[in-house]
Design a binder for this molecule. Sequence first.
Ligand SMILES: Cc1cc2nc3c(=O)[nH]c(=O)nc-3n(C[C@H](O)[C@H](O)[C@H](O)COP(=O)(O)O)c2cc1C
Length: 311
Amino acid sequence: MTHTLDRTAPADRTALIRSAWRSAWDLGDVGALDELLSPAYVRRRGPGARVQDRDQFKESIRAVREAFPDLRTEIEDVVVDGDRYAIRWRSTGRHTGTFLGVPPTDRSVEVSGATFARFEDGAVAEEWVTFDSRQLLEALGIVTTLQRAAVDPDLVRGVHRKFITGVTVVTTDDAGTPKGLAVNAFSSISLDPPTVLVCVQHSSSTHPALHRASHLGISILAADQLDVAKTFATKGGDKFAAISWTPGGFGAPLIDGACAQLEVEIGERLEAGTHTVFTGRVVSARHDDLAPLVYSGGGFFDISRTAPLPW
Ligand SMILES: Cc1cc2nc3c(=O)[nH]c(=O)nc-3n(C[C@H](O)[C@H](O)[C@H](O)COP(=O)(O)O)c2cc1C
C-alpha cells in the first residue's frame, strides 16, 4: 500500500517536521525546508531580534553549520495539535568556525530550546523560537562564571593607581530629572561604528536611572573643572543645582565647560560583579581646545603643565 502525505494528519506532520529538520540542520540540505515551510514563512525570535523570512532562515542555518560543521539536532518532543506544533530540541556541535564574531574555540557547544509554529494551508507560515542564549554564550566563552580572584585587593588597587585616566561625568535624563556621577572607567571600544563603554557601580544613585534610560551623556572634564569632578564624585543630592549644564540633542544632560562631550545610545548592559558595563553607540560628539583634567594615583592634575616627550 502506498502512502500519500496527508499534510493535515498529525503523524504525517510530525514525520515531515523530523525529516525536514534533519535534512536542513544535520545534513545542510536547507532546500528540504521548502517541503515544510510556506514561501511566506516568518520566524520570530523574541523582542529585539530581527524577524527572518524563509531565505534568511536558510542562510542562518548555513552560517551555523559553517561554524559547527558536525552539528546534530535532536528533536526531543513534537506535539502537533490542529494547525499548531511545538518542538523541544537540543543541538550539539564543535565550534570550529567563526560564530557571533568569536573565532573557533574547538569547544563542544550544546544549546536547547523550543519552537512553536502555526500551519497554514498545509505548510508552516509562522514560527516562534526560544532558546537558552546564556547557555550558548557560556559555551562560546563570551560570558563566564569567574572563580573568586586570589590576588590581594590592595595589590590590585596599587596597580590601578599606576593607570592615568581623564575624568568624565556620566549623566542621564531620568524622566525630567538630571542624574550623574564622576566616572573614570570610560573607554572607546571602536571607531566604526563609534562605540564606547562606561562602568558604573550598582551602589551609585545614578545606576537605576541608567537602566531606565535609552541614552547617556559623557562629559570629559576640563582641567579647570576640579570642583565639578568633586561635586559628581559625591553621592546623591542635586549635583546639577550649582552646575551649568545643557541638554544634548538626544536629551542627555551635558556639562558646560567640559573639553569634550558625547551622547550615547545605550546598547548592552553587562553585569560584572559590583558594576554594570554600559556599552553604546555614539550619536553626538563635540570637543574643543581646552586641556582635560587628569586623574592619577588618587590625585588630579593639569596636563597642560606637563612636558610632552619626544616620540
Ligand atoms: C576620579 C573618580 C573616578 C570615578 N570613577 C568611577 C567609575 O568609573 N565608576 C563608578 O561607578 N564610580 C566612580 N567614581 C565614584 C563615583 O563618582 C561616586 O561614588 C559618586 O558618589 C556616585 O554618585 P551617585 O551615587 O550619586 O551616583 C569615581 C570617583 C572619582 C573621584
